[in-house]
Design a protein around this ligand. Structure first.
Ligand code: 5RP
Length: 228
């Protein structure tokens, strides 16, 4: 196992220790969240889970967790999820796994959100990781042009790139497309988030601001806790 994977696993296990029987738990998406899901399954608690993707739902079921759909449970007590970047104030970039919309819906429906990551994800300024932006498929090239205009207002010159795999556009669980915007540095995350959200056809973006209450960061010598 690589050092980064060991850190992800340790962070996932530390987060699983926060869960108590009777809780409703939001399950993130990605390789770090998968460690959390496995560790939670091993604890054998009586919990109800809400998954942020079909892949996570499948994993959760396979490790014996009870899964319900968003809106079918009482309020979610705790959501644990990974991130692509963890910036100052626990501002995050998410969506590398194309699950950002369902993730944000579940995060926003949660009383408490904890982000888990390896130490390599912690940054001083967001933007080194390309910002995922989910758009509807209809007219997506026109939407991308408008995203370009908005990015230019923030002095971000690179055109967003349509995410593709094996020569085909990646579809999210909701059937949408993802554009990745190589921002370099995001100096004003809140303003950029609002501007992107105002574009018709943009479903959501991967800036998760003022949502994470705590970060559990794997490190070579254990797990560190960060607060906003
Ligand atoms: C999925 C996400 C993931 O949490 C993010 O991409 C981190 O993934 P990993 O834990 O595999 O590094 O936002 O949409």
């Amino acid at each position: 196992m690589s050092e980064a994977d060991a850190q992800k696993k340790a962070a996932g296990a530390a987060a699983a220790a926060l869960v108590e029987s009777g809780m409703v738990v939001g399950l993130g998406t990605g390789s770090t969240a998968a460690w959390f899901v496995r560790a939670l399954g091993e604890r054998g608690l009586d919990v109800t889970c809400v998954a942020t993707s079909l892949a996570t739902e499948e994993l959760a079921t396979s490790v014996g967790l009870k899964v319900a759909q968003l809106g079918e449970t009482r309020e979610i007590d705790l959501t644990v999820d990974g991130a692509d970047e963890v910036g100052p104030g626990l501002a995050l970039i998410k969506g590398g796994g194309a699950a950002l919309l369902r993730e944000k819906l579940v995060w926003e429906a949660s009383r408490r959100c904890v982000v888990i990551a390896d130490a390599g994800k912690v940054v001083k300024t967001l933007g080194r990781y390309p910002l995922p932006i989910e758009v509807v498929a209809f007219g997506h090239k026109t939407i991308a042009a408008r995203i370009c205009d908005v990015l230019a207002e923030f002095e971000i010159g690179m055109a967003p790139r349509l995410r593709a795999k094996d020569g085909q556009p990646v579809r999210t669980d909701g059937g949408n497309l993802i554009y990745d915007a190589a921002c370099g540095r995001i100096e004003e995350p809140a303003s950029l988030a609002a501007a992107l959200k105002s574009i018709t056809g943009v479903v959501d973006h991967g800036l998760f601001l003022d949502l994470a209450e705590q970060a559990l960061i794997g490190a070579p010598d254990g797990v560190t806790t960060l607060e906003p």
